[in-house]
Design a binder for this molecule. Structure first.
Ligand code: FHN
Length: 467
């Protein structure tokens, strides 16, 4: 048996493994309310729109911008507790302009915005009836959450609420993190006096969340900080049911339940038992999954909150990160940290606009598409919609691009999306060979369209291309 045959068989078995993995992955489902609420399922209409949107803006902001340190985590670390908890008395973002923020997101090609209404530091960015540690008690004197939500509605973007489950400031939340104690990660490590009152604290959360839902009519709630021991699986499922009872046409991320934080979906044997409507890989691009909805959240710079001269991702990294994500059938929630005066930094605005300019030309290959049929690689990702497959080429590795292709499906036309420049193709029973020009139209990502004689999602080839 020649080496060539052995080699081909080895490749085929690899492909089979990939295919099998995909099938098993397809069985896993997120259900919505989790095992305690078996009939409370994800609102599929809102989910469909969420998936079609593909690209959103995450905003981490608060009085900590006065110190340029990380929101929440720098408390009682880089910023002494006393100082951190009194920053709000100096917080006066007079240049905050909701219309400008939404305009910046729009010109970036983003379809929704998620704002940190209350992060781990416990500060509320709106005028809350249930807390005095809020915007109403700053020199600025009023909230910013409703303003941003209303502006999103006005300019046609969806709005989401980020809300932290843990609160290192609130007297009723157990003192799990203080200046002297590192990570009090179990109750017995906490003196009785610091154990707080979780029953009262959960009611406080529910009151604030009801207030926020009535104030902003959000499309999604983005929970975080449920990894500490005071929060439980039961509390997560109970809160999910409570919130969907308040507003049904809304999505809630998986972090409402017990700390699927950073856990890869395939490591959880029974994801359907957990509450939540979509997965949230962080600071990494999620694995290909066209079954369980997911959204990668990532910073445009290093820190979530604003930091002077923070290291920012390049235009290439930003655009290719977005495409790697949508090629994996996920959404990208891309984070900016506004400055202490309320403005978003010009260089972040410029970088986002570069993404928007690319999407102006190639948006058809992103919005409303699904990932695949080819698994993403570091030179090529694919998306599809109706009878079109979009190949996003990051670089040219040779004069020809050969890809396995579904039997019985004919490619009627092939062309670069930008300017509809036709390309030569040769299709045989199980593959297609595409002749590439010496220079690709775009050195960051060139979209090549294959127009088929039938709907693209009828073909389910999911194969890794050794291109
Ligand atoms: O601790 C937070 C962090 O500050 C940031 O909010 C990210 C965003 O997803 N989530 C947590 C870290 O996992």
């Amino acid at each position: 048996m020649t080496m060539k045959i052995i080699d081909r068989l080895r490749k085929q078995s690899l492909l089979m493994v990939a295919l099998l993995a995909t099938i098993t992955m397809a069985k896993a489902q997120l259900s919505g309310g989790g095992e305690a609420n078996p009939d409370l399922l994800t609102n599929m209409e809102v989910l469909k729109e969420f998936r079609e949107n593909r690209f959103g803006m995450f905003i981490h902001w608060g009085p900590v911008a006065l110190r340029g340190e990380e929101i929440g985590w720098s408390r009682s670390r880089q910023v002494p507790e006393e100082d951190y908890d009194n920053l709000y008395k100096e917080f006066n973002p007079i240049l905050f302009n909701a219309a400008e923020w939404v305009q910046i997101a729009k010109q970036a090609g983003m379809k929704y915005i998620v704002l940190t209404t209350r992060h781990h530091d416990g500060f509320s960015l709106w005028d809350s009836e249930y807390s005095d540690y809020d915007m109403a008690n700053t020199p600025y004197g009023k909230g910013v959450v409703k303003e941003l939500a209303d502006e999103c509605k006005k300019q046609g973007l969806d709005f989401g609420i980020y809300y932290s489950i843990l609160d290192w400031w609130h007297p009723d939340y157990p003192k799990t993190r203080t200046a002297t104690y590192y990570e009090r990660d179990s109750p017995e490590k906490i003196p009785m006096a610091d154990r707080g009152n979780m029953v009262r604290y959960v009611q406080y959360m529910k009151n604030q969340l009801k207030e926020l839902i009535e104030l902003t009519d959000p499309s999604m709630i983005w929970f975080d900080g449920g990894w500490e021991w005071p929060w439980t699986h039961e509390l997560g499922m109970d809160l999910y049911a409570y919130l969907r009872g308040l507003k049904d046409d809304m999505l809630i991320n998986n972090r409402i339940d017990k700390a699927l934080h950073g856990v890869r979906i395939k490591e959880i044997s029974n994801p359907e038992d957990y509450a939540g409507d979509y997965q949230t890989p962080e600071q990494r691009i999620g694995e290909f999954n066209n079954d369980i909805p997911w959204e990668t959240c990532m910073t445009i710079a290093d820190q979530w909150a604003w930091k002077p001269n923070d290291k920012m991702k390049s235009k290439k990294e930003c655009i290719q990160t977005l495409l790697q994500t949508v090629g994996g059938d996920g959404n990208l929630l891309f984070n900016v940290g506004p400055m202490l005066d309320g403005r978003i930094e010009q260089r972040q605005i410029d970088r986002l606009k570069e993404m928007g300019d690319w999407l102006k030309v190639n948006g058809e290959a992103v919005y409303g598409t699904r990932g695949g049929p080819y698994l993403p690689t570091d030179h090529l990702v694919s998306t599809h919609k109706d009878n079109k497959i979009y190949l996003h080429l990051f670089k040219r590795e040779g004069a020809n691009l050969s890809l396995p292709f579904a039997k019985g499906t004919k490619i009627n036309k092939a062309y670069f999306l930008d300017g509809e420049i036709p390309v030569q193709i040769e299709q045989d029973k199980e593959s297609v060979t595409i002749s590439l020009p010496t220079g690709l139209p775009d050195d960051i990502a060139s979209v090549l369209v294959l127009e088929l004689n039938k709907p693209a999602n009828d073909i389910n080839i999911i194969k890794r291309v050794n291109y």
